[in-house]
Design a protein around this ligand. Sequence first.
Ligand SMILES: [Zn+2]
Length: 396
Amino acid sequence: MIANGLLLLLFIAAGVAIGVFVTQRARAKRLPSASLSEHYFAGLQFVLNEEPDKALEVFLRMVEVDNDTVETHLALGSLYRRRGETDRAIRVHENIMARQSLNEEHREHAMFALGEDYFRAGLFDRAEQMFQRLTERAGRRTAALRYLLRIYEQQSDWAQAIATYRRLQPLASPEHPTAIAHYLCELAEQARKKDDREAALDLLRKVRAEQRNFARSALIRADLALDAQNPELAGRLCQRAVELHPQLLPVVLQRFAPRVPSEGGAFLAQSVRPLVRSDPAVRAMYAYSGLIAGMEHDPFVMQCLPDFVRDDPNLGDLVRSLAGDVNELSPEQVRALATALAHILKRGQRYRCVECGLATAAHFWQCPGCRSWDVLAPLMRVELAPVTRKSTQIRS
Ligand SMILES: [Zn+2]
């Protein structure tokens, strides 16, 4: 077994280090090194018997943590974490933290490592506590604040995320400059759900102070405008969002088409369609967006469908081989094609992260894989291979 083999190697390496250490100690304190080597062989025995927890116990008993041996303990702990054995990493790092005699640098290192263990184990409360303590120390403040930001994002604690972002701002340039605008948008969406229109508008004003021309903010304003029976304003806001970021077209259609089903056509005709005009790439995007927004039988979506089919090399070949020129399809054939494609797209992935390549069925403002913001773009492709898992990694 590979796992035990590695652990065994580790023990041998540790044994060498301990050997040097024990000799020095025995010389100084006249300790019988024989009893320590008995522990060492007892530890080895547990490893050979595939009892890694007992082996770890022996190791922790045998090698006292002090400033001379702490590096070995820290290395062992981080090895366990890298292997995904977070419970063992936690035991090693807690064992280090329990010692009073450590110097400040080692204590900070152990605290940080323990915080990382808790984070990896999903013990966010404990991780938060550890990183909060570290923000009071200069050495690892920036790294601890970055971890806190990840914890608050993971827990959707947007108020804390905003406070942490503001503490981080003077120390380091932000990893994701639009993150704070998104945190405020998250709070604005929550306020809107609670029918607190004033609070939502106030939060969106704060977004504007952080980021001008922020598309997500325009979409929330459009929602608020529709709540207030003002479809003209909502239309203008949608238009603005798509002008700024054409890849948001599917998000706009998915978000607003179901809200205004009866007048949806008119609402979108006034706002988004003028942008589509005659550019074949944008027409292809409009058709794709319509297919995933459940608007496959909308006349304008069907009108744009040939541009999408031509854009997709596999689909283009397939349709040509069955029906000849894509432009020559009859209205019935276009309708049947739209139904089939919408059906396939419902089962597959529709967006892909431009940073890490993760493909997802739904749109997220923050990538669930790499945690970057504003990185999901429409896949613009019909995956004909069966999708076996809900979230498949597609790499370009
Ligand atoms: Zn990603």
